[in-house]
Design a protein around this ligand. Structure first.
Ligand code: CTP
Ligand code: MG
Length: 181
């Protein structure tokens, strides 16, 4: 695969893992997942991880995967790249893994004394990718091996922090997010 095709494949295949975080920002609020519980005097997760944000985030990712499956022939034709489609297990594993990664990162942030909204460089940008890929590998191993070739994985690891910084910067400028990360 050439560089352009690798980048197109990497972005396409990760879209169902990228969108949940942004959807959660728009939908967040209501009951926190940890119900206010603390561990060692600190919140387990904090008010930034809510049931509503998580549910809407996962649903948005699944819906996007369904849309991508529907437009794949058109998109592949237009780009001249054989883009992958998403089997049902991957449609769920990618967004659910993204939300779980973000939640695990909050757990780590609280344990290391960081307040809600505090930055944790690299963890903030890659938490959701690592867990989304791990869940997809478990849920759809055959598809994962065929789709996530080494060049695609490298492209994902390079592009994701950039995309994350840009989209969160935009969300911050629009007043949707309290911090630009
Ligand atoms: N959000 C949510 N549920 C999630 C993830 C995010 O409701 N599972 C919403 C919350 O309103 C949150 C906002 O999206 O404040 C921004 O998400 P994020 O930056 O991940 O959370 P933070 O508020 O920064 O909290 P933390 O420090 O725990 O990451
Ligand atoms: Mg944050």
């Amino acid at each position: 695969m050439g560089l352009a095709a690798t980048v197109a494949t990497a972005v396409w295949v990760m879209l169902p893992a990228y969108v949940p975080n942004n959807a959660a920002v728009l939908a967040g609020g209501g009951r926190p997942i940890d119900g206010g519980a603390t561990l060692g005097g600190k919140r387990v997760l904090g008010d930034g991880k809510t049931w509503r944000g998580t549910a809407v985030g996962v649903l948005a990712g699944v819906a996007l995967a369904a849309v991508l499956n529907a437009i794949e022939p058109t998109a592949s034709d237009a780009l001249g790249v054989a883009l992958p489609t998403f089997p049902p297990a991957a449609m769920v594993a990618l967004p659910a893994g993204a939300m779980l990664g973000d939640i695990l990162a909050s757990f780590l942030k609280r344990r290391t004394g960081r307040e809600r909204g505090a930055a944790f460089p690299l963890l903030d940008q890659l938490d959701f990718v690592v867990v989304a890929l791990a869940l997809a590998a478990i849920a759809a191993p055959g598809w994962f091996g065929a789709t996530f070739t080494l060049d695609v994985v490298v492209a994902i690891l390079v592009l994701t922090p950039l995309l994350h910084v840009v989209t969160n910067g935009i969300a911050y400028l629009l007043g949707l997010k309290n911090e630009p990360y």
